[in-house]
Design a protein around this ligand. Structure first.
Ligand code: CP
Ligand code: NVA
Length: 306
């Protein structure tokens, strides 16, 4: 049995196999072929943070695969009132076939997985958002942008940045990360990614200069400057992140047909200009839709490993 907590635990071939599974199911769906590969299965979904895409994609995806998904807000289950993570994990995994968790500390999901008898999927922690990366890479494949990737991540050193570092390290492409000073990526996760990068042909570069990062990039990525849980810092962050907005001026430094990815929700006029967002809206909303298809691939793949 495998859990899906970070891409660090997966080989390049496994990541590509999960994405291929998602693409196969997506193509079948287009032809109205519904594969009930998870017939009668239940996915428990614990949310300790808000969500639009993650909730809808997992719930719709599980239904389309013949199963059922349970939305468990921590306001409603005893976890939010102090029931132990290990007891919650033991109980929920005795009744569900898979569990997806969105939470704050990454250690919470690790503890849950340790005590779970079924696969646990990370639906976002403060440190990683690996399911988003499956959809992001699937989108690059579909847009013929998955060869010779030179990716530039502009913004906050957060869960998305860490996940891109792991993807680059596993698949072996170049990733340049530009963050303001003091908003750099976690140094321990960077060390892990750099160690993994030695095994592939990956190049991971960190800088405080967005122009250095974006120069000639084939893929530009950004994300909110204020992640969930950091709301009180929003005004201060807006001041500090000036110069990090992905706009037309910045995009002219990238490759001519560079793709822009954004996991959403987007804050136009902050991390991305309205004009630039609109120009790339097709791929960005395709990326959002691919959450559904990539995660169906993931759930079917995880079920096969049991
Ligand atoms: N990108 C993403 O995870 O969106 P939600 O927060 O809406 O789930
Ligand atoms: N970095 C963002 C991603 C949202 C999908 C956050 O954690 O809020």
């Amino acid at each position: 049995m495998r859990h899906f907590l970070t891409l660090k635990d997966f080989t390049k071939d496994e990541i590509l196999e999960i994405i291929d599974t998602g693409l196969r199911i997506k193509n079948n769906l287009k032809n109205k072929v519904y594969e009930k590969e998870l017939d009668m299965q239940t996915l428990g979904m614990i949310f300790e943070k808000s969500s639009t895409r993650t909730r809808v994609s997992f719930e719709a995806g599980m239904f389309q695969l013949g199963g059922h998904a349970l939305f468990l807000s921590n306001r409603d289950i005893h976890l939010g009132r102090g029931e132990l993570i290990k007891d919650t994990a033991r109980v929920i995994s005795s009744m569900c076939d898979m569990v997806m968790i969105r939470t704050f500390k990454h250690s919470m999901i690790e503890e849950f997985a340790l005590n779970s008898s079924v696969p646990v999927i990370n639906g976002l922690t403060d440190s990683f958002h690996p399911v988003q990366l499956l959809a992001d890479y699937m989108t690059l494949v579909e847009h013929n942008a998955d060869k010779n990737i030179v990716a530039a991540y502009i913004g906050d050193g957060n869960n998305m940045t860490h996940s891109w570092m792991m993807l680059a390290a596993k698949l072996g492409f170049e990733l340049r990360i530009a963050t303001p000073k003091s908003y750099e990526v976690d140094s321990k996760i960077l060390d892990d990614a750099l160690a993994l990068a030695k095994e592939s042909d990956a190049k991971i570069i960190v800088t405080n200069d967005p122009k250095v990062a974006v120069n000639g990039a084939s893929v530009v990525i950004t994300d909110t400057w204020t992640s969930m849980g950091q709301e009180e810092e929003k005004e201060e962050r807006i001041k500090i992140f000036q110069g990090f907005m992905v706009d037309e001026e910045m995009m002219t430094l990238a490759e001519k047909n560079a793709k822009l990815l954004h996991c959403l929700p987007a804050y136009r006029g902050l991390e991305v200009s309205e004009e630039t967002f609109d120009k790339h809206a097709n791929i960005i909303f395709n990326e959002a839709e691919n959450r559904l298809h990539a995660q169906k691939g993931l759930m079917v793949w995880l079920d096969k490993q049991k």
